[in-house]
Design a protein around this ligand. Structure first.
Ligand code: SF4
Length: 389
């Protein structure tokens, strides 16, 4: 995750302690921090999004964790002192014990965030979310009106999610918008920013496409490199405009760590001192802003542990059989060890790239999905040969 508002505009936010090692409680280096855990608490979902990485449908899935498993897992995560637990899915609010588990986690001192499609949030649900103590709720939109509904696979999904945003804002809950960038919706950015301003949304996260689950079937809709550069330029312009307009809105990009290098190169000519500040923050993050296997982990609905939520093809073990904390600390696990020392393993243009310590070779699981080789170059890298030489 690249905090464009912080790196490009220099504006701080509370989450930067985790992301850039600043402030009280920050780890001295990215490699020493505990992971944010994404718990895919159920695969079931009431929508059918075209890019869903869990390939979810509206049906029960066998073998998902039971109450005793969940309780043990949450207690282990709390003792391990993970910095945050992100409840995801499927649609987490479709889980019958969502609030029971969330309250138990909050009672253990775990810091909670929620990733939801927003369509099941009425006013009482918004109140319960806020009272449970969620720090942040991210709601997915992929355009306005029918464009969003086509992505989400359900007519009326946009209106229902917008109602969810309004209910959350009305009860004082911090809310973010999550937008997956593709050729089908990239023209909607101006309308998305109008929505953000109009609704007082606190944060907007732009996700680069990852070819997992149903996302693998729309890989051809990924942006061209020229389109990605144009999007980054637009986002920088919006970051400046929003900063000047008043109320703080954070803009982040997710799942392409080349964005950090691109921002640095944009800043370097205009403001060398600011560029150096941005470079130091990126270097602290060890390049793995995505941090698969380092700063982020995934536990799926059946209890399998993965290096991140997109990396379902590699399992470290199951929390029913072994505590997460043990699996994550096991130095004999070859993929985790490799991901934590990834730079010497990169191949092709990443191996010789002058920015690899800032970027970390970007998103390794996308390289794996596109080429079959986890250490091959990330096909979504949009820097030119001149820029990386
Ligand atoms: S070539 Fe590889 S290491 Fe360099 S910026 Fe691109 S993805 Fe990152």
């Amino acid at each position: 995750m690249i905090n464009l508002t912080k790196l490009y505009c220099g504006q701080d936010s509370g989450s930067d302690t985790l992301r850039y090692g600043q402030g009280e409680g920050a780890a001295p280096s990215a490699g020493q921090r505990k992971p944010i855990v994404v718990w895919t608490m159920s695969r079931r979902c009431n929508l059918h999004c075209v890019h869903c990485y869990t390939d979810s449908e509206n049906r029960a899935y066998p073998g998902e964790l039971g109450a005793d498993d969940v309780q043990r897992m949450l207690e282990d995560l709390a003792v391990f002192q993970i910095p945050a637990l992100l409840l995801s899915g499927g649609e987490p609010l479709a889980h019958p014990y969502f609030f029971q588990y969330a309250r138990y986690a909050a009672g253990l001192g775990l810091k909670l965030t929620l990733s939801t499609n927003g369509t099941l949030i009425d006013r009482p649900t918004a109140e319960r979310i806020q009272q449970t103590g969620f720090r942040y709720v991210g709601i997915s939109f992929d355009g306005l009106g029918k464009i969003n509904d086509q992505f989400r696979g359900k007519a009326g999904a946009f209106d229902a999610a917008l109602a969810g945003v309004r209910h959350l804002k009305a009860v004082g809950q911090k809310v973010g918008l999550r937008f997956t960038l593709t050729r089908r919706n990239v023209d909607a950015l101006p309308q998305i920013f109008e929505l953000v301003e109009r609704e007082g949304i606190d944060r907007v996260c732009f996700y680069h496409l990852v070819y997992s689950g149903r996302g693998s079937r729309i890989a051809q809709d990924d942006l061209s490199h020229a389109q990605t550069r144009d999007v980054l330029d637009q986002l920088c312009a919006w970051a400046i405009a929003l900063e000047n307009a008043g109320p703080e809105v954070e803009i982040l990009t997710v799942d392409n760590h080349v964005d950090g290098v691109y921002l640095y190169l944009k800043l370097r000519d205009a403001d060398p001192a600011h560029a150096e500040y941005a470079r130091q923050l990126l270097e602290w993050n060890g390049g793995g802003a995505n941090s698969s296997g380092v700063g982020i982990a995934n536990i799926d609905a059946q209890g399998h542990v993965h290096p991140d939520q997109f990396w379902q093809t590699h399992t470290l073990g199951n929390v029913r059989e072994r505590p997460f904390s043990e699996m994550w600390s096991d130095s004999r696990e070859p993929l985790l060890t490799a991901l934590r020392n990834r730079l010497p393993l990169l191949k092709g243009r990443c191996a010789s790239c002058r920015w690899k310590s800032l970027c970390g070779g970007s998103f390794r699981v996308r390289a794996l999905q596109a080429t079959g080789d986890v250490w091959a170059p990330d096909p979504a890298c949009y820097l030119t040969e001149e820029e990386i030489a």
